[in-house]
Design a protein around this ligand. Sequence first.
Ligand SMILES: Nc1ncnc2c1ncn2[C@@H]1O[C@H](COP(=O)(O)OP(=O)(O)OP(=O)(O)O)[C@@H](O)[C@H]1O
Length: 248
Amino acid sequence: MTATDSPIIVASNLGVRFRRNRGARRSFKDLLSGGSRRRAPSEFWALRDVSFSVRAGEAIGVVGRNGQGKSTLLKLVAGVLLPDEGRVTVNGGVAPLIEITGGFVGDLTVRDNLHLTAGLHGLSRSEIADRFDDIIDFAGAADVLDTPYKHLSSGMQVRVAFSLISQLDEPVLLVDEVLAVGDRAFREKCYRRIDALLAEGKTLFLVSHSERDLRRFCSRGLYLDRGALRLDGPIDEVLKRYNEDHPA
Ligand SMILES: Nc1ncnc2c1ncn2[C@@H]1O[C@H](COP(=O)(O)OP(=O)(O)OP(=O)(O)O)[C@@H](O)[C@H]1O
């Protein structure tokens, strides 16, 4: 199979609306007073009108200040969040490392989580068995195999999650800033693995505040600002615009 011009990801007019103050419940009186406050005034668009398409094998850096919609965009691509407007289609599976838990179940052991998540991503029992030792080895997690995932340090959680995610056969890899939690030696190891996955032709979405990392891996950038896609272009141009808009 070769990388063709047909897109692997198409996002059209994506919009996601959140409620700013989720803790503030409508009071009982509000409910009794009828439908006069149907839409809470605190709703806002975390993303709006975001459209782009991605060819297989592209490496895309997502940039923007805190809270501008980067993680929300990755969650839409991963399919763990549904858009309120528009749609995103992905031709193939997605291996997401988008939250510190990596989607793992806190009460299950590391061993059970690896089986569960690998199975959900389509690996057979024998494929999991073949890769199991490598996954544990890469993470340095031999001593915590039977520990509930929630009892691991946050660094170890990321090690286990990245190690597994990078051993799946999914064509799209999503990496949010979580790698920053790992120590330097582990981060370098992850970076070498990302290089190898890109060389195999995988498609990468990387959210990062590190210009160095973005330049190292990505050829193209998406710059999000207040939920809008401000610029989609070569990573150099995107970083230049971002730095002009927000000088250090
Ligand atoms: N489940 C949610 N409910 C309400 N608001 C949310 C929810 N998730 C995210 N938000 C809000 O949506 C906006 C976009 O959040 P998002 O996490 O996508 O930003 P980000 O660009 O990834 O930020 P950062 O660089 O800090 O990680 C923020 O204002 C955030 O507070």
